[in-house]
Ligand binder design. Structure first.
Ligand code: MN
Length: 286
């Protein structure tokens, strides 16, 4: 058994996207700063409507998946296929752009707190042009388990094994086998997660402090930082000096070239240029 260590810390950086939504970006904040198959992770967290009210009006995607998970707030998603998803606190949305999707993601509130995450998950070459797919996940559909040493975990994708009982999340069976787990730990509680040795894994800590790794040699991870983990078949973290809340994100690496231009993520420059032309010609999604 090999316990994973904290290999790299990715500090989240303030930025804005869409029509001026303020957010913090960890993965994807610099060119090439991704953890295969995960390309980007944004956290939006604000009580100020000016930071979110403009939303993300109509825009395209091709070649990957977006996962939006809301902690607080109310966001309406509408796409060119007529899907309409009303994301509320505790809900999530899994959207596979595939060949192409054109959608909007707009706040449905004019005051109060808006808080959540958007993760971009890459697709392998042979799935980049598959038909778009969409799944709206209501809060009550997300399995929540009590952890052996205290705390809770919500399993949005993948699965978790607690004392020999395996609980599956909502999304399973994708090629990259994504694991997306929201963990809430009380002070001093350890959390153990068993995983394939060769999967990529990182932690995004959105509240509190964590010690990552085996107790004697654990390294600290600070709030609003991403922690990329080394290879190994076990993840061990401990909430330090208070409770901690984090996302555990892991999956099977694709190991292919990544060519990104804005909302298009393909393998080659030619494929990206084709996506831009298709969008301009109105044929991105057909
Ligand atoms: Mn989008």
């Amino acid at each position: 058994m090999t316990i994973r260590t904290l290999q790299q810390v990715i500090q989240s950086m303030p930025t804005s996207d869409g029509a001026g939504v303020k957010l913090r970006r960890s993965l994807g904040s610099q060119r090439g700063l991704y953890v295969d198959p995960f390309l980007m992770l944004d956290e939006f967290s604000t009580d100020n409507p000016d930071d979110y009210i403009a939303g993300f009006p109509s825009h395209p995607h091709r070649g990957f998946e977006t996962v939006t998970y809301m902690l607080d707030g109310h966001l309406l998603h509408e796409d060119h296929l007529g899907n309409r998803g009303d994301l509320k606190s505790g809900g999530a949305q899994w959207m596979t752009a595939g060949r192409g999707i054109i959608h909007s993601e707009m706040p449905q509130q004019t005051e109060g707190r808006m808080r959540g995450f958007q993760l971009w998950v890459n697709l392998p070459a042979n799935e980049k042009m598959k038909p778009a797919w969409y799944r709206d996940i209501e809060p009550h559909e997300i399995p929540q388990v009590t952890l052996a040493d205290g705390g809770t975990a919500k399993i949005i994708a993948g699965s978790i094994n607690v004392a020999g009982v395996v609980t599956d999340g909502v999304i399973t069976g994708h090629t990259t086998d994504p694991q997306y787990i929201d963990v809430d730990l009380p002070n001093g509680s350890p959390f153990h997660y068993y995983i394939r040795d060769d999967y990529s894994a990182f932690i995004y800590l959105y509240e509190g402090k964590l010690l990552v790794g085996e107790p004697n040699i654990a390294r600290p991870l600070a709030t609003q930082c991403g922690g990329v983990l080394s290879a190994g078949d076990q993840i061990t973290v401990t909430a330090d000096n208070g409770p901690a809340r984090f996302l555990l994100i892991a999956g099977k690496p694709i190991k292919e070239p990544v060519m990104q231009y804005g909302p298009f993520v393909m393998n080659t420059r030619e494929e990206v240029e084709q996506a831009v032309r298709d969008y301009q010609n109105g044929t991105l999604t057909t």
